[in-house]
Ligand binder design. Structure first.
Ligand SMILES: Nc1ncnc2c1ncn2[C@@H]1O[C@H](COP(=O)(O)OP(=O)(O)OP(=O)(O)O)[C@@H](O)[C@H]1O
Ligand SMILES: [Mg+2]
Length: 154
């Protein structure tokens, strides 16, 4: 992953869902195969909207929808040549080994060849890669979403 194209460790205000998507799209510019993006934030914070932007930035195929009932969804590589694996760890629980869970799914996409984005990933997805981007989203009382992006290299 090269230097993220967005300010790090700063509150980024996202008044509209389009702003959340645009943030994901900008971040995609610095991502390469094998990179992990961990998304945290409560229900409805905008995690899936962010991944929709990531997908647009990577130019991958297929619509990004909430993968809550499928755990992981694969998007074939497009212009950038990198596929996206979109994971929702909501039902996996904190004790789950996400790496083992994804292994069991027997995905067509090798995670090392893809950008992997994990919703509800904080505390569970880090095992996939100690080095990752952590995107925290929350919803202010006025409904504006706020994001912080952190580069983690544990
Ligand atoms: N600034 C914003 N950013 C993102 N979503 C927004 C924003 N404003 C409104 N929304 C709306 O909030 C809703 C929830 O967005 P989204 O599904 O991306 O959240 P989520 O964090 O993935 O939720 P879940 O926890 O259910 O997976 C959507 O209907 C979206 O259009
Ligand atoms: Mg979601």
């Amino acid at each position: 992953m090269s230097a993220p194209q967005v300010p790090l460790d700063t509150d980024l205000e996202l008044p509209d869902v389009a702003d959340t998507e645009a943030l994901g799209e900008r971040l995609a510019a610095g991502l390469a195969a094998g990179d992990l993006v961990v998304l945290s934030g409560p229900l409805g914070a905008g995690k899936t909207a962010f991944v929709r932007g990531l997908a647009r930035g990577l130019g991958v195929s297929g619509p990004v929808t909430s993968p809550t009932f499928v755990i992981a969804r694969e998007h074939r590589a497009g212009a950038r040549g990198v596929p996206l694996v979109h994971v929702d760890a909501y039902r996996l629980g904190l004790a789950t080994d996400v790496a083992a869970e994804l292994d069991d799914l027997d995905l067509d996409t090798d995670l090392a060849d893809a950008v992997v984005a994990v919703e509800w990933g904080e505390g569970v997805a880090e095992r996939l890669s100690a080095r990752h981007l952590l995107v925290r989203l929350h919803r202010r009382p006025d409904d504006v979403r706020v994001a912080t992006v952190r580069y983690v290299d544990a």
